[in-house]
Design a protein around this ligand. Structure first.
Ligand code: AMP
Length: 174
């Protein structure tokens, strides 16, 4: 197992003052680390009968298709507003300042399908809660929620407590 924590770069005051941004680009150029991440997550969900892996734009899209391929599942893109061309549903959620919206195509998930949700990082959990609600609105079953990174000093995990949440590396302070 590779210790991925030291490969993640802290960028202070990005995108705004006071935020320590967890930059995953050094991970992306490290093939052994990427393989380890995909192998570990795939192993955790191998026996969970995953039909689809849903990834949240944009960094969730890096990891979700790797997992989908390993699990023999399809990939569902959850997108920022105005990008999806076909019939879609939307969910808005609050941020510290203002709101965000994410969308998914109405035919991306069939009722009863088991969906693994993926994003790069769990912070407050607002993005992932909205994503899970979109999938549930389409009749999908959330079979698990996976992140590479968890900021465990924020209440994201508590917000997702009705789901089975997996994270590979936890940071408990900035
Ligand atoms: P949240 O909805 O608060 O859990 O935020 C999660 C989303 O925001 C993820 O898609 C992350 O990529 C991004 N994000 C939030 N905080 C950070 C951070 N400190 N470093 C990098 N990405 C972050």
């Amino acid at each position: 197992m590779i210790d991925i924590a030291p490969i993640i770069r802290d960028v202070p005051d990005f995108p705004k003052e006071g935020i320590v941004f967890k930059d995953i680009t050094p991970l992306l150029t490290n093939p052994a680390a990427m393989k380890d991440i995909a192998d570990r997550l795939a192993e955790l969900f191998a026996d969970k009968q995953i039909d689809l892996v849903a990834g949240i734009e944009a960094r969730g899209w890096i990891f979700a298709p790797l997992l989908a391929e390993r699990l023999g599942a399809g990939f569902v893109p959850i997108r920022k507003p105005g990008k999806l061309p076909y019939k879609k549903i939307s969910r808005s959620y609050g941020l510290e300042y203002g709101t965000n919206t994410i969308e998914v195509h109405t035919d991306a998930v069939q009722a009863g399908q088991r969906v693994l949700m993926v994003d790069d990082l769990l912070a407050t959990g607002g993005t992932m809660v909205a994503a899970c609600e979109l999938i549930e609105e389409l009749g999908g079953q959330i079979a698990g929620v996976a992140f590479v990174i968890e900021l465990s000093f924020l209440p994201g995990r508590a917000k997702l407590d009705k789901y089975d949440v997996t994270t590979l590396v936890q940071f408990d302070g900035e």
